[in-house]
Write a protein that binds this ligand. Structure first.
Ligand code: SF4
Length: 326
């Protein structure tokens, strides 16, 4: 079992399948981004080797991310292999849903259980302004297809960007009146490539909470605000769904952290908002044994940082967001 030096059991692995994306969200990918050549990315069989390796160390929860994971060739085959690996009990995906209307059914059949969909506005013009593409209709179709395919409970991830989509948070929250979805508002985090924008345009979860309450009345806490994953949850009176706030910057939840990340180029990132990493793909390709790789992972996890130090001005600058997968 993978335990860090603070006694936290780390059993949740987020795997980035690609650094490519079919959107260009203004807070994510820097202009002129150069992507990893395919040969530098984990190949399908290498992803299966790592999935078995981590599952053997007690990792039982996998989330697939990107860039945009649905752009990965053989995505259905990959989901099937990962979800049918011994010891893996939960497989979910974070996606922008642009391609989901076609893929939701096959992915659910292959073993995918849930999706989180990134969507920052319901306004087609603002969607284009925020992402560079006119794809809101496809995203909406993708969300409905995911619900139909049973990939729920559906969670919508909203990054609130100052000067862009603050007014939209009310309409997004209103969705929970008719849909049993969880609409989660996430504080924007800083990484390389867009650092000034990410720090300058960040809207705190507390501000977003007030914006919604000012427009729609008091939000009722769910489970006394105990965290659901990363989110503090509330609901509007009479709503089918819930509203979550993720205080990733202003009130981090690192004490209960249970995750590490594997980037698309096979590097173990120990904390989303820290630079500490360990390359696993090179030793694998150089013939390292499973025992050697297990020891490397356990030692790295043991030395996992407690949490981020954004408040002390420490911003991770060794990767851009689409190379980590959030
Ligand atoms: S910032 Fe790092 S330690 Fe904190 S919750 Fe995220 S990954 Fe875990």
């Amino acid at each position: 079992m993978a335990i860090d030096r603070f006694g936290r059991r780390i059993h949740y692995l987020r795997i980035s399948l690609t650094d490519h994306c079919n959107l260009r969200c203004i807070y994510c990918m820097p202009e002129g981004m150069t992507f990893h050549p395919y040969a530098e990315l984990m190949q399908d069989d290498e992803i299966f080797i790592f999935t078995r390796l981590f599952s053997g160390l007690g990792f039982d929860k996998i989330r697939l991310t990107g860039g945009e994971p649905t752009l990965r060739a053989n995505i259905v085959k990959l989901v099937h292999g990962i979800s049918h690996t011994d010891g893996i009990r939960s497989v979910s995906m974070t996606t922008n849903a642009v391609l989901l209307s076609k893929l939701a059914g096959p992915l659910a059949e292959a073993g995918l259980q849930r999706v989180n969909v990134s969507i920052d506005t319901l306004d087609p013009l603002k969607f284009k302004q925020l992402t560079g593409f006119d794809n809101l209709e496809n995203v909406w179709k993708g969300i409905l297809s995911a619900e139909q395919a049973g990939l729920g409970p559906i969670k919508l991830n909203v990054v609130v960007v100052r000067g862009f989509n603050e007014p939209d948070v009310v309409e997004l929250a209103r969705l929970t009146l008719q849909h049993a979805w969880q609409v989660r508002f996430i504080e924007m985090m800083p990484f390389a490539g867009k650092t000034d924008f990410q720090t300058g345009q960040m809207v705190t979860a507390a501000e977003t909470h007030s914006l919604i309450e000012n427009a729609m009345g008091r939000l009722v806490p769910v489970n006394d605000q105990t965290l659901d994953g990363e989110a503090r949850r509330f609901h509007l009176p009479g709503a089918l769904g819930t509203i979550g706030f993720i205080y990733s910057v202003t009130a981090p939840f690192c004490g209960s952290c249970n995750r590490v990340r594997l980037t698309a180029d096979g590097v173990l990132r120990l904390c989303l908002l820290r630079e500490s990493e360990l390359d696993l793909l090179t030793p694998l390709r150089n013939g390292a044994s499973q025992d050697q790789l297990r020891t490397m992972v356990l030692e790295a996890v043991y030395n996992k940082p407690w949490g981020h130090a954004l408040a002390q001005g420490e911003i991770p600058l060794n990767r851009v967001l689409n190379e980590i997968g959030g």
